[in-house]
Design a protein around this ligand. Structure first.
Ligand SMILES: CC(C)(COP(=O)(O)OP(=O)(O)OC[C@H]1O[C@@H](n2cnc3c(N)ncnc32)[C@H](O)[C@@H]1OP(=O)(O)O)[C@@H](O)C(=O)NCCC(=O)NCCS
Length: 147
């Protein structure tokens, strides 16, 4: 398994992660992938084995305070629990360090316990709760890691 920067050759596999793993509709997925792969302040990394896309992470950053955010992260069900998600995060941390980002944030729904365990295990620390962040009654949890 290797983690590389996304290129359009992997569009179909990348969109499958968005739609099938993250449950995002195709139109929103295409826009998000297009934006994060082309913007000057974001990157998309994919985990792959041969030409098979196992997972994806988007990362964007702000120059004014040199902080970054993980946008989406997903690993295909058959590849989960094998270190792919961690490898995607480590790629983000390495990239962030290279461009002198000092802190990386990520948020998830308070209901996504698995993701919260995953972020803690990957080195993130609890930051704060965001009331009704996803929708009324569904709070967000913000995590961060110092780079
Ligand atoms: C969350 C997700 C990205 C994790 O990816 P992954 O490849 O399965 O995670 P890894 O195998 O790299 O696990 C890293 C660590 O987190 C732990 N972990 C991951 N998923 C876990 C789970 N469901 N329950 C408990 N621990 C978990 C692993 O045990 C591992 O711990 P270790 O380093 O002590 O061995 C993946 O499960 C996924 O795509 N989930 C669905 C989409 C999602 O919820 N995305 C996040 C939305 S914000």
């Amino acid at each position: 398994m290797e983690v590389i920067e996304y290129n359009p050759k992997y569009k179909e596999g990348a969109l499958k992660i968005y739609t099938e793993v993250l449950g995002i509709d195709l139109e929103t997925s295409e826009k998000d992938l297009e934006h994060h792969s082309k913007s000057e302040t974001s990157k998309v990394f994919i985990a792959k084995e041969d030409d098979n896309i196992l997972g994806l992470v988007t990362f964007y950053w702000q120059k004014w305070n040199m902080t970054g955010h993980i946008g989406v992260i997903g690993v295909s069900p058959s590849a989960q629990g094998k270190g792919v998600g961690k490898a995607l995060c480590n790629k983000v941390f390495q990239f962030a360090k290279n461009i002198k980002i000092r802190k990386v944030y990520v948020d998830t729904s308070i209901e996504n316990i698995n993701a919260q365990i995953f972020y803690i295990k990957t080195g993130f620390k609890f930051e704060h709760i965001m009331k009704d962040y996803y929708k009324e009654g569904e709070d967000g949890v913000m995590f961060s890691i110092k780079i």
